[in-house]
Design a protein around this ligand. Sequence first.
Ligand SMILES: *Cc1c(COP(=O)(O)O)cnc(C)c1O
Length: 450
Amino acid sequence: MAEINVQEVDMDTIQAVYPLPLPPHFSEKNGILHIGNIPVTKLAEEFGTPLYVTDETRIEALYHEYIHALSSHYPNCRVLYAAKANGNISILRTLAALGAGADVFSAGELMLARDAGIRPEHLLFNGSSKTKEDHQLAVLHGVRVSLDSEDELYQLNRVAEEMGKTVEVSFRVNPAIHVPTHPKIATGLATSKFGIPAEQILSAYQKAHEASHVIPVGIHCHIGSQILELEPFAEEARVLMDIVSKLHDMGIKLKFVDLGGGLGVAYRHGVEQAPSIAAYAQATIPVCKETFKRLGISPEIWIEPGRSLVCDSTILLTRVNSVKHAHKRFINVDAGFHTLLRPAMYDAYQEVVVANRMDMDPNAGEVYSITGPICESGDILAADRRMGAVQAGDLIAVLDTGAYGYAMASQYNGRGRCAELLVKDGAVALIRRRESIEDLLSTMRRPIWQ
Ligand SMILES: *Cc1c(COP(=O)(O)O)cnc(C)c1O
């Protein structure tokens, strides 16, 4: 299991991996963590905390790794970045410039992706609960829609008819396979709200084939997120290929097969292992290639990575407000679940380091829990970690926060959302400013009787 919540721990047995293995965009000089060759202490002083900092070169490198791995098996591959993982338009622009498409889940994500320069034919509008306006937007922009039910097929057909256009679609298949991840992010289980059961899928395609303003051109699947095993992806590919063969027999010509995203990352450095991108490609693409060859077809293969493309590019910097020795040792920091929801939402483990004193050996220190400023006892960023003697004013870096980090931030407890920086080869850019008290008030209105 990727994410385990340990309830009762024997403090004495807790050890830290030290020094912690870090990806190549990090370095350490004079005990200070650097990202993209910039000391994080300087970034925190200039821009304040909490603060997300992303290294653009890391995202570029991982995108190239995906393209290389996929195209070494099959030439016709495309990466559609799952925009929900990190929706900052600068990140979308980084990926657009490299030729990426995007998996979008809302009108907002669709518009951001278009603004970032992603071509409409490289977008797929996903989601199990779309509105009429969502459908109109997709038809207007010529963006393909992944349909999640037969009901949605009829609704989209009506919208396209009203607009005097046709729209290309895929169906999202529910492959009903076991997905080894946190239940809240397993989407390919038979019981999940997503997708159409495999036994109903052929009839859905038949209806789409007969519909007046909809053309079925793709098939789509996404089994879940933070998956650290390859077999579920191979199984998914086999389920899809079985359907692709049957669709071929029905005379439905597919332009794309979309395997979705879901490849996990190793949040526990030096302890956990994630499959490489190359191994992911090896597990999935040959399965498709074999079926394509037998049928004499060559549709594009799409994949939709979110987390595995952007997660480790980013750190969250948070300042220590105070240290308390109660029944446990607590480090009170200025980031909480309004800044990073994953630990509270999924019991997720995030690696933490004392970014201004990286040379302090944690195993000579104490066991602490790092807690946020939110008025909830579940506001714990990291539970029971052995760390050096942390003091007020120290700077903690939470690693691997590029995916589902800022994207899930909120204004809970009357706290504006924090700022985001992009760094590249020594350059720094503010890509989202910190929200102010005025920002909190800006959408509120006064009733006339007050
Ligand atoms: C969330 C999502 C993804 C991305 O998942 P990751 O685990 O971040 O790679 C891809 N496709 C769809 C349809 C999604 O909902």
